[in-house]
Design a protein around this ligand. Structure first.
Ligand SMILES: O=C(O)CCC(=O)C(=O)O
Ligand SMILES: [Fe+2]
Length: 263
């Protein structure tokens, strides 16, 4: 049995023990808010190994990001980050999680039976982000693809900010980049939640305006971001300006590596 098969077998056995009532609750909550927080997605051993892997990859391959993104009204991105390429090369658990069929099937159940697909754009498959300096924040934005599954590896201490703030069922008006975020903030109420370590949340991130508020203390908040596409995403012409700005050098060097290998 190869690594992916043994990972999937352990996940499948674990998820088969989850009660139908729990799954129904998650589906209803996601249907209402396009966002749901839960835990117990992985058996404890895999959860701990994946979290340790994320911290190791962040230590060894993390890079500082400090920029503002024009497409979302100049909102800030201040955090440390390890990208998809480094994770794919040096990680085992995170790539296996992303490719796991039992996990995708489980997420599809939460999504009222509609399937989730791997994104057709490698740099967005999975990323590790970490707010670790005072003021670090992942500013207001929408994602390019429909679904984000975010795994909390380190949660901020209570009262130290770094909350998930979100406004579901909102549209990214790319024809009004300068004001699109501000207009929504002024006309909608913001929900906010602190998500504990080892928990995760599923969000319809392309139609939910969201941010991680500034870290106000000395604790850290570290996450693994997994991105999945909906069937509709494949009918759209999705651009990747935000990712390309945050990951400019890595994406270029990845393309160079592909060009050099002749594929
Ligand atoms: O850190 C989080 O919980 C969200 C990250 C996020 O929104 C993103 O990477 O697009
Ligand atoms: Fe996002």
């Amino acid at each position: 049995m190869n690594w992916q098969q043994s990972f999937d077998e352990a996940v499948e056995a674990h998820l088969s023990e989850l009660e139908q009532q729990k799954k129904d609750e998650l589906r209803l909550a996601f249907g209402e808010r396009d966002m749901v927080v839960f835990d117990g997605l992985l058996p404890e051993r895999l959860r701990d190994e994946m979290q340790e892997e994320a911290l190791r990859l962040l230590r060894q391959h993390g890079r500082r990001r400090e920029l503002h993104i024009q497409e979302t009204g100049n909102t800030p991105r201040y955090f440390n980050s390890a990208g998809r390429q480094a994770i794919a090369e040096h990680g085992r658990y995170i790539p296996a999680f992303f490719a796991s069929e039992p996990i995708k099937r489980f997420l599809a159940e939460i999504n009222a039976g509609k399937p989730l697909f791997p994104v057709p754009y490698e740099p967005e498959e999975y990323i590790i982000n970490s707010q670790q300096a005072m003021g670090d924040t992942h500013g207001w934005h929408w994602d390019d693809y429909t679904f984000a599954l975010i795994w909390i590896v380190e949660a901020p201490a209570e009262g130290e900010g770094a909350l998930v703030e979100y406004i579901p069922r909102t549209e990214w008006d790319r024809d009004d980049k300068a004001n699109c975020v501000q207009k929504i903030l002024e006309s909608h109420e913001t929900s906010r939640v602190c998500i504990p370590q080892g928990h995760c949340y599923l969000m319809k991130a392309n139609t939910t305006l969201h941010r991680i508020s500034p870290l106000t203390g000395s604790s850290r908040r570290t996450v693994i971001v997994f991105t999945y596409a909906s069937e509709e995403d494949f009918q759209k012409d999705i651009s990747h300006e935000t990712m390309e700005q945050i990951w400019e050098n890595e994406i270029k060097s990845g393309q160079e590596a592909i060009a050099a290998s002749g594929s």
